[in-house]
Design a protein around this ligand. Structure first.
Ligand SMILES: CC(C)(COP(=O)(O)OP(=O)(O)OC[C@H]1O[C@@H](n2cnc3c(N)ncnc32)[C@H](O)[C@@H]1OP(=O)(O)O)[C@@H](O)C(=O)NCCC(=O)NCCS
Length: 149
């Protein structure tokens, strides 16, 4: 067992911890849509449907990293993975990926996916090291009915 496995507790987040999850995104510089799908209201609703997919990493009892995983019934998605700068480089994101996959596997998913901005070299390296393959022939298209969403 590595040092991070012993010192870091990874578990599903409670509803009362959702605001801390949003703070982790802000402090790690992850773009956030507080008036859209990242609003506390939207997060509360999403968490109620599948609380085991909101995952937090705690170091000495303090939340330092999060992953918001989702299951569309066909694929499992790892979204909004972030670790605060002070806790980066210790294998915490790697651990959050493993726990996300475990939660998705328990729901029957066997295909795990992530969308990464092309400039995010740290995340690309992280997921490649975790066994993910970049699909060069796929483009990501969206149709936004509400701009802030
Ligand atoms: C990307 C991020 C989640 C990585 O978190 P972390 O806890 O520091 O990552 P880990 O310590 O688990 O790193 C595991 C592996 O990922 C790769 N990696 C992580 N950070 C890296 C970096 N800055 N540069 C290059 N590779 C990196 C390395 O291969 C590393 O293995 P190693 O330490 O044995 O070299 C973190 O930098 C972050 O929160 N960034 C801002 C938010 C973000 O971009 N999230 C991803 C959205 S898709």
């Amino acid at each position: 067992m590595s040092k991070v496995d012993k010192l870091v507790v990874v578990r599903p987040l409670r509803e009362s911890e959702l605001d801390s999850m949003v703070k982790i995104w802000a402090s790690s510089g992850l773009p956030c849509r507080p008036r859209g799908r990242d609003s506390l209201r939207a997060l509360r609703t999403q968490r109620k449907a599948s609380p085991e997919l909101f995952i937090g990493a705690f170091e000495h009892g303090t939340l330092v990293g999060v992953a918001l995983t989702s299951d569309d019934g066909r694929k499992g998605w790892i979204n909004r993975l972030a670790v605060i700068p002070e806790a980066q480089g210790k294998g915490i994101a790697r651990r959050l990926i493993l726990e996300s996959e475990k939660a998705l596997r328990a729901r029957g998913r066997r295909l795990f996916c992530v969308q990464i901005e092309s400039y995010n070299k740290a995340s690309v390296e992280l997921f490649e090291r975790a066994g993910y393959k970049k699909e060069d022939d796929i483009f990501y298209f969206t149709k936004r009915e509400v701009k802030s969403y």
